[in-house]
Design a protein around this ligand. Structure first.
Ligand code: FAD
Length: 468
């Protein structure tokens, strides 16, 4: 049997899941993560300015399920189901919008809980070695060699592998190196909005709001959202243009006044002291998206997750898409292998074929979800309260319930199915066209009907007056 070895750069969500997959398929896995081991940290919940909790949905769960190691069950046990959005008006009125006509839900899970679980799982395979506080410095893919620096001791280390996987996030160094080797199309765009997190503590030991919803305070150009945590707190995230953040200086009461004006009910539940202290202490994160392609170099290197397609967080799909990358790659490798389950047996030519196919087929899907995530920000912060949006949502929900295979709302396709993202967009565009036609036809029919009735009524009145 071929002894294949993979070096994975990045021990975040996607890197740790990749380690589990490669190990299951017989590869020797060496994982390098530049941070120290999150499992040893006392307060491991703030991971490099990323969100404290995340929504995991079907695509992410499917990747866990496929491993067949009971991970999905364990993660569901640590997650809180969110069945819809709860919209909050400035006056504190709450309206629930279910996510799905059949009651399917997304799940709120702690980021560090998920990483810890995946790292534990990866480490349980004997052919996996994990090296924390090791930062990738450079890579020679042709020679199968990577150079790393131990960030604690300063020592330099070299590792060898058949394949280098870059799961090193949006600022990926593996991607940078890849760019030097292939003609990569690449774009990186910062949006004009940033975010800041606040924590809403439990009230008398219970959740301060309904935990079965993702709460949203849509305010047009900005919004606050809140996801529940297992400890009965909520993590609230304020998304807002930077220029607006700039007008609210930390350390004074401006942030409290801002909450009073726009999110008074949230302010009451978080507490003025908390809002002030957290606005001062918590980092403000920037938001950007990346599109690039190809993702691979020969049969030597590949980038997955945010390294390949960082996106804004408004569809809750960044990690889900990254997990799906890992599953997708595994499926292609198995298909190319043809016989058996140990992709460590792939020949060089087969590995090349698998990576080429991965890159060609995955790029349109990644690009589609990057765009959808951008669009969803406008939906969440303003459209959700518009009549046209609510009308279409109800109509589609009803049609989906009646014809579940023929009419599928966009959110359902993205969050509760594994239909490829690019196909989701195509289907949605087609659905939009015929839905508009159907609505126009109904409106026209109702209009014509009304005219005919009015004419008849008028006619009968004339007849009555003529008789009289
Ligand atoms: P990362 O999580 O960035 O992990 C990369 C890892 O690589 C890190 O551990 C890093 O330390 C390491 N690394 C980097 N450089 C090096 C190097 N040179 N050498 C060694 N190691 C290195 N997604 C969802 O699916 N649902 C959500 O609800 C959701 N909410 C979000 C909310 C916010 C506010 C944000 C910002 C993002 C959200 N996301 C969500 C997106 C999600 O966080 C990312 O898509 C996900 O973290 C990507 O995982 P990753 O492993 O590819 O990258």
């Amino acid at each position: 049997m071929t002894e294949r070895c993979v070096v994975i750069i990045g021990g975040g969500l996607v890197g740790s899941l990749s380690a589990c997959y490669f190990a299951k398929r017989g590869w020797t896995v060496k994982l390098y993560e530049k941070r120290s081991d999150i499992r040893l940290a006392e307060h491991g919940h703030l991971v490099e300015h990323r969100s404290i909790n995340l929504a995991i949905s079907e695509r992410g769960l499917s990747a866990l399920r496929r491993l067949d190691l009971g991970l999905e069950r364990r993660i569901r046990g640590l997650a809180i189901p969110m069945r819809g959005r709860m919209l909050h008006t400035v006056h504190g009125r709450q309206t629930s919008q279910a996510y799905d006509a059949f009651g399917r839900h997304i799940n709120s899970i702690g980021r560090s809980t998920l990483i810890r679980l995946l790292l534990d799982e990866a480490e349980s395979h004997k052919q996996v070695s994990m090296h924390f506080s090791h930062e990738l410095i450079s890579a020679d893919f042709d020679a199968g060699r990577v150079a790393l620096k131990n960030t604690e001791s300063g020592e330099h280390v070299t590792a060898h592998a058949d394949l280098v996987v870059g799961a090193d996030g949006a600022y990926s160094r593996v991607r940078q190196r890849l760019m030097g080797k292939v003609a990569m199309n690449y774009s990186q765009t910062y949006i004009e909005h940033g975010y800041c997190e606040f924590s809403m503590p439990p009230r008398n030991g219970a959740f301060a709001m309904d935990p079965s919803h993702l709460h949203i305070w849509p305010r047009g150009s900005f919004m606050l959202i809140a996801l529940p945590n297992l400890d009965r707190s909520f993590t609230c995230t304020l998304f807002m243009p930077w220029r607006q953040f700039d007008t609210i200086k930390p350390g004074d009461d401006a942030i409290v006044a801002f909450f009073k004006a726009h999110f008074p009910d949230a302010l009451e539940l978080i507490g003025e002291l908390h809002v002030r202290a957290e606005y001062e202490a918590n980092p403000k994160g920037s938001l950007m998206y990346i599109k690039c392609s190809p993702y691979t170099y020969k049969n030597k290197a590949i980038i997955l997750g945010d390294a390949a397609h960082a996106m804004v967080p408004f569809y809750g799909q960044g990690m889900n898409c990254g997990f799906e990358d890992v599953e997708f790659l595994d499926r292609i490798m198995l298909k190319v292998l043809g016989d058996g389950e140990q992709t460590a047996m792939l020949t060089d030519a087969q590995l090349l074929c698998a990576l080429d196919e991965y890159s060609a087929t995955r790029a349109p899907d990644a690009s589609a979800i990057v765009n959808l995530a951008l669009d969803n920000y406008v939906e969440m912060r303003s459209k959700v309260v518009g009549y046209a949006y609510i009308f279409r949502k109800h109509l589609e929900g009803l049609l989906h319930w009646l014809f579940p295979r023929h009419v599928i709302p966009l959110y359902t396709m993205v969050s509760f199915t594994s239909i490829p993202y690019a196909t989701v967009v195509e289907k949605w565009n087609r659905q939009t066209i015929w839905l508009h036609r159907a609505i126009s036809a109904i409106v026209a029919a109702v209009g014509i009907g009304a005219v005919i009735t009015a004419v008849r009524l008028l006619g009968s009145r004339r007849l009555v007056s003529a008789v009289a």
